[in-house]
Design a protein around this ligand. Structure first.
Ligand SMILES: [Zn+2]
Length: 273
């Protein structure tokens, strides 16, 4: 119960601890010289792979895998902009005419999960964590395609010579995050619960789970991957490394210690017991 109480009632303490750790405390750097605006979208093959791609649209991105037997698509990233998923499919069609076999959601948040209709219509089986389906069933957003199949702990998808492992690593940024691992390529697609060189998003809001988050990062680090595709582009579009995630874990551990101190000092809304 203590963890639960800490998780749900110590938002003020977390916010205070975050403020202490936030880059906002350091003086603002001089403005960078004007850069040409990035194109609205881009499709990039992951270096060293034959068939793993990142589709970016504005500030969101998703992984897709092309095999001779079909395509595995993740996150439609089209909340409030149906054009993103249409472009996503057009970009895939420039690479392959193979059928779209799967659409897999990283978690239930609309900015990643909305817009799957074009993939569903192209024949995809939609897969998400069980909790994502439960949440989406209540929310009933017409722009989000309901999952056809759900995953509890793990599932392995084999398609056209590629293996993709889906794993639930516990509650973190949401309670419905699936990480997606390509074991042969050692590439991981993991969204929103770690950020490259930044504080992870939604850390201090109600539907995140700061205490369990650390365990989730540890479970993810226990998987065999070298490079991570994040759900939002990293600095200069780079992929994540294990070191990035280890740093994130160290940050979370420090944050938990601060929150516990605040809690013990009675600074939470309701003292933990
Ligand atoms: Zn999210």
């Amino acid at each position: 119960m203590r963890n639960k109480t800490l998780t749900t009632l110590c938002i003020a303490a977390i916010t205070a601890a975050l403020a202490g750790a936030s880059p906002a405390q350091t003086p603002a750097p001089a403005p960078a010289p004007a850069q040409p605006a990035a194109p609205t979208f881009a499709t990039t093959k992951v270096e060293g792979t034959k068939n793993v791609y990142v589709f970016r649209y504005q500030n969101h991105q998703a992984m897709f895998v092309v095999t001779p037997a079909g395509v595995i698509v993740t996150d439609p990233i089209s909340y409030g902009r149906p054009q993103a998923a249409k472009t996503y499919l057009e970009e895939i069609r420039k690479i392959t005419p193979a059928p779209i076999k799967y659409l897999i959601y990283s978690h239930h948040h609309y900015d990643h999960a909305a817009g799957g209709k074009v993939f569903k219509e192209a024949g995809a089986v939609v897969i998400a964590h069980r909790r994502a389906k439960e949440r989406l069933a209540v929310l009933k957003n017409p722009d989000v395609v309901m999952p056809d199949e759900t995953v509890d702990d793990k599932r392995t998808i084999k398609l056209g010579g590629t293996t993709l492992e889906l794993a639930y690593v516990g509650r973190n940024h949401s309670d419905s995050s699936l990480v997606m691992l390509l074991p042969k390529e050692k590439i991981l697609f993991a969204v929103d619960f770690n950020a490259l060189g930044a504080v992870p998003s939604r850390l201090a809001v109600n539907d995140s789970y700061p205490v369990e988050w650390e365990a989730s990062l540890k479970k993810t680090l226990a998987l065999p991957w070298d490079r991570q595709i994040p759900g939002h582009p990293g600095p200069n579009g780079r992929l994540g490394t294990r070191q990035d995630m280890e740093q994130q874990l160290a940050f979370m551990t420090e944050l938990s210690a601060e929150v516990k101190k605040a809690s013990d000092a009675g600074k939470c809304f309701d003292p933990a017991n």
